[in-house]
Structures are given as C-alpha cells and as structure tokens.
Design a protein around this ligand. Structure first.
Ligand code: APR
Length: 254
C-alpha cells in the first residue's frame, strides 16, 4: 500500500492548471500483473532485448519474435486495467488541458477509458507488414501456424508488431505531441517509469525547464527523484485514485 500523501498544493495546481501532462511507464501496469522491464523479475531479466526487441533479431527469426509478442499480447489482453489506469482516465475527464503520454504498449490506458493516448512506443495490439505496411487483422495473426512466421497476404512480407524496437525512430507525430505537451504543462506527472530511456526520459526535464511543477509517482527512487518538485512514493494504483478524487472534488466545488 502507498504511504504517499500528496500536498494540498498539488491538488490546487492540478485543479487550476490550464495544461497537465502525464508520462507513464511499465510501473503503471505492474499492478495489472504485467512485468516491468528493469525491476527484479522484469522482462529484461528473463529475455535479452537485443535478441527479441530489434529488427535484426526479427529478420533472423521472425517466428520467435512474433511468438514472443503474441505471448505479451495475450498477457496484456488477459489482464485488466488497474486503479492507476482508471484514475488517469478520471483525471482526463475532469481536467480541460490533459495529455497522457505513455511508453507502454499494452493498450491498458485505452481499455481503462483514456480517450487520447499519445503512444510513444506503439501498441502491441496492432500489427503490420514490414514491407508494404498493410495492417494485419487479429484474425490473420491468430492464423499464425505454430512456428510459421505470419506473412502479409498482399505481398508476402513478414508481419511485425506495431511497437518501436531498440534502434528505431519513435513515431514522429507522437513524439512531437509529447514534446509540445511537456513544454506547455503547468504540472507534469511521471508515473511508473525509471526515466532512463530517451527521448521519453527527457520529457519530464523539458517540462520542468519550461516551468512545470514536476511530480514523480514511483515505488522507489529514479533518475528524476532529485530534481522532482514533489515525490509520491508508493504504488501508482494506490497513489493516483485518491489524488484524482481530490482533484475532481476541487474542480466540482470551484
Ligand atoms: N507503481 C509505481 N511505480 C512502479 C510500480 C508501481 N506499482 N512497480 C514498479 N514501478 C516502477 C519501478 O520502480 C521503475 O522505476 O516502474 C518503473 C519501471 O521501469 P522500467 O521497467 O524501466 O520501465 P519503463 O520506465 O517503462 O521503461 C521504458 O524501456 O525497454 C524499454 O520500451 C521499453 O517502454 C520501455 C522503456
């Protein structure tokens, strides 16, 4: 459980801000049962990202990489959004200028009701042809014969997940939206991210340099802890719901 209490100043700032921006990482989905990347028993403890989460590995062994992402897709589809996801969807409802930027590819923010999610690293529920970029339907992905790599019915190219692999550029439109939301933010919440993978990791600092009140929500210290204006030390699923409730109440009585 969280022992985090947030300041009344934070509730005021959130309720009055013209623009609030939130960056989420894998820690936001941890309480849904989805492993993070760098925690003990995280994904990168069990698998080598260089073997699975990059285009060369995919071209060398498309069936292995497709199978790993099919496993991660099923894990995401079999889990439920947790109170952290719902609290962020509630904040979006109650605030005028709210932007949710996520590094997560698990689609849980969307399933929790967040309407406008800036997906910096893509979304594991989407797949496309590596050659002609045609989107592959879920049925086509289900039809992957065991061990056979899924191929595009139009051009026979390999099908890949719609996620950003190591060494690849982030989707430019998403990155531009995220950077704009960081520079415009009056309050920036960094939730459940180790803040080590750029360019996402640069967003909190960009926000603070442009005058934002920077808040970290995490179970432990990160690269941001020393510079953040306020630390909510605890699980996102325990910290965010009371904060969202307090902001909703403040907004309704304003
Ligand atoms: N509540 C809040 N924070 C949590 C929780 C929780 N319940 N559980 C874990 N955390 C924190 C950890 O303390 C850590 O700081 O979440 C963070 C998870 O960090 P990472 O595993 O590094 O995940 P993330 O920051 O999202 O990684 C960024 O790296 O490998 C790439 O593409 C991948 O998007 C990912 C990117």
């Amino acid at each position: 459980m969280s022992n985090a209490s947030f300041s009344d100043r934070l509730v005021d700032r959130l309720a009055q801000a013209a623009r609030v921006t939130v960056l989420t990482g894998a820690g936001t989905s941890a309480e849904s049962g989805i492993p993070t990347f760098r925690d003990p028993d995280g994904l990168w403890e069990q698998f080598d990202p260089q073997e699975l989460a990059n285009v060369n590995a995919f071209l060398e062994n498309p069936a292995l990489v497709q199978g790993w992402y099919a496993h991660r897709r099923k894990l995401a589809q079999d889990t439920e959004p947790n109170p952290a996801h719902h609290a962020l969807a509630q904040l979006e409802q109650h605030l005028d200028g709210f932007t949710l930027v996520t590094q997560n590819v698990d689609n849980l923010h969307q399933r929790a009701g967040s309407d406008d999610v800036v997906e910096l690293h893509g979304n594991i529920t989407r797949n496309h042809c590596i050659d002609c970029e045609r989107s592959a339907s879920d049925d086509e992905m289900e039809a992957i014969a065991e061990g056979e790599p899924a191929r595009c019915p139009t051009c026979d190219g390999y099908i890949r997940p719609d996620v950003v692999w190591f060494g690849e550029m982030l989707p430019q439109e998403a990155l531009q939206r995220a950077q704009e939301a960081a520079t415009q933010a009056e309050v920036f919440l960094s939730v459940g991210t180790s803040a080590v993978v750029h360019p996402a990791a640069g967003l909190p600092l960009t926000a603070q340099q442009h005058g934002a009140y920077l808040v970290e929500v995490n179970i432990e210290d990160t690269a941001l802890t020393d510079t953040a204006d306020e630390i909510l030390r605890g699980q996102a699923g325990a910290v965010l719901p009371p904060l969202a409730e307090a902001v909703a109440t403040r907004r309704s009585t304003a």
